[in-house]
Design a protein around this ligand. Structure first.
Ligand code: UDP
Length: 477
């Protein structure tokens, strides 16, 4: 923030912990700086004592390429990791409430030079700090507008119904701007009304309208009905909807082969659009039984594949929120699988440079956990998807990816979330060999072009960004 000894005005970005949240905030920062605004950008980093996905290498890379974005590490907070809720999200809510005094200490001495603060989903308690300091505060929603429409409507559903979603099976909820949502597609942490996480989510939904505006990592033509429903106020029937700005798609830049080069070299040797890429986000883990089942499905499909495999979740409950160890592929996968699929399949341990992989010419399909960054990265690369949601709002993402955006085939799970080898084989084949798969590819390429158009000088997302930058350039606290 210091420039020539003078304090430059700044915008504070306050992301939730985790690489998925950080990447889109950084990309947002880069886009603002391209507009040459009269302010700098500082990103607050929250240090968690549980697994939120490693961010340090990414932060170091951003610092070396983009020195005009500065990072401020908040002091670490540790607390016992046993929560009354079994959900990771409950820990994050708790952490960010505890973070507030530290954020306050940081903001107070520089409040008069802060033009605005941008927080994301879990960080809404910051509104209690910024309101008395008169700092305009914008919520940055890093998932699709469609799930925001559902989310903001949740307090209304809560008022009109008394049962928990978990007891309502496939009962459909009609939320404005989106296809009917089965109760079972509501995020896991809000399935049970008795769970602390349920109430955390409800208070978050009630807090968002206090923001000065809502910025969404999407573009208008991808989900026009949901954007319209948000703007019309239909999602918050008894309250105010702040102005909505769609500024996406913001996705990480390719790492340019500085890591994970082996799998990129392997892709170089594969035919164009022949490889199905399977990757389940920064946190997705599957049981050993499920990994074996995927392997059988992939082997039977006869398709080329690149698969990121992570160790299964620990049986030890006290370790469930910690980072998993490196996987032992020979022990985890069926006997002889690696040898039998050698040449046409490659298994990578724990992490692959996803953006580079998706933009590689040899990749023709993507089996994804439906994390929104992953979806946008695939869309921007024109790669059609198989939607296999695991956590957070991903079941709702699948719903809109399949029914509204028409970018993906759904994976069908059994009652306990189990996906059979037959289903894996069927969907992978459909994606790569069928007319439906071909149609999905065409539609994805169409939306890729729409996304590029939104980001051009006069495109809707670029105009929305410029509007915000203009607004903040005029603010004087
Ligand atoms: N990612 C990656 N390699 C991996 C797994 C994930 O590069 O092996 C990146 C991916 O490209 C995306 C982010 O991590 O940018 C994950 O974000 P997303 O919103 O898809 O899912 P989350 O991890 O937040 O559930």
């Amino acid at each position: 923030m210091e420039e020539d000894g003078e304090m430059k005005d700044t915008i504070i970005f306050y992301p939730s912990p985790g690489i998925g949240h950080l990447i889109s905030m950084v990309e947002l920062g880069k886009r603002f700086l391209q507009l040459n605004p009269p302010f700098s950008i500082t990103i607050l980093i929250t240090q968690a004592s549980f697994n939120t996905g490693s961010t340090s290498p990414y932060i170091q890379a951003v610092q070396s390429y983009f020195p005009s974005i500065s990072f401020h590490q908040l002091p670490p907070i540790s607390f016992p990791l046993h929560s009354s809720s079994p959900h990771h999200e409950a820990l994050i809510f708790h952490l960010l409430r505890l973070n507030n005094p530290l954020v306050h200490q940081f903001l107070l001495p520089i409040a008069s030079s802060i033009r605005s603060l941008i927080f994301d989903f879990f960080c809404h308690p910051v509104l209690d700090l910024t309101a008395p300091l008169h700092i305009p505060s914008y919520c940055f929603y890093t998932s699709p507008a469609s799930t925001l429409a559902i989310f903001l409507y949740t307090p209304t559903i809560h008022r009109l119904n008394s049962a928990s979603f978990k007891d309502l099976g496939d009962t459909l909820f009609h939320c404005p701007g989106v296809p009917p949502v089965p109760a079972s597609d509501m995020p896991l942490p809000i399935q049970d009304r008795e769970d602390d996480a349920y109430h955390d989510f409800l208070s978050t939904a009630r807090a968002f309208p206090r923001a000065s505006g809502i910025i969404i990592n999407t573009f208008e033509s991808l989900e026009p009905r949901a954007v319209e429903a948000l703007r019309s106020g239909a999602c918050i029937p008894d309250g105010r909807t702040p102005p909505v700005y769609c500024i996406g798609p913001l996705t990480a830049e390719a790492e340019k082969r500085e890591g994970g080069a082996d799998c990129l070299e392997w892709l170089d040797s594969q035919p164009s659009r022949s490889v199905v890429f399977l990757c389940f986000g920064s946190l997705g883990v599957l049981s050993e039984r499920q990994l074996k089942e995927i392997a059988v499905g992939l082997e039977r499909s006869g398709q080329r594949f690149l698969w990121v495999v992570r160790s299964p979740p620990s049986e030890d409950k006290s370790r469930r929120f910690l980072a998993p160890p490196e996987p032992d592929l020979v022990a985890l996968l069926p006997e002889g699988f690696l040898e039998r699929t050698k040449g046409r399949g490659l298994v990578v341990k724990s992490w692959a440079p996803q953006v580079d992989v998706l933009s590689h010419d040899s990749v023709g399909g993507f089996v994804t956990h439906c994390g929104w960054n992953s979806v946008l990265e695939a869309l921007c690369a024109g790669v059609p998807m198989v939607a296999w949601p695991l956590y957070a709002e991903q079941r709702q993402n699948r719903l809109v990816m399949v029914k509204e955006m028409r970018l993906a085939l759904p994976v069908e799970e059994g009652q306990d979330g189990w996906v059979t080898a037959e289903e894996v084989e069927r969907r992978v084949r459909e994606l790569t060999e069928s007319e439906e798969g071909k149609g999905l590819r065409e539609r994805t390429v169409e939306m890729k072009e729409e996304a590029m158009a939104a980001m051009t000088e006069s495109g809707s997302s670029r105009v929305a960004l410029a509007e915000l930058a203009q607004l903040w350039s005029c603010v004087k606290n």
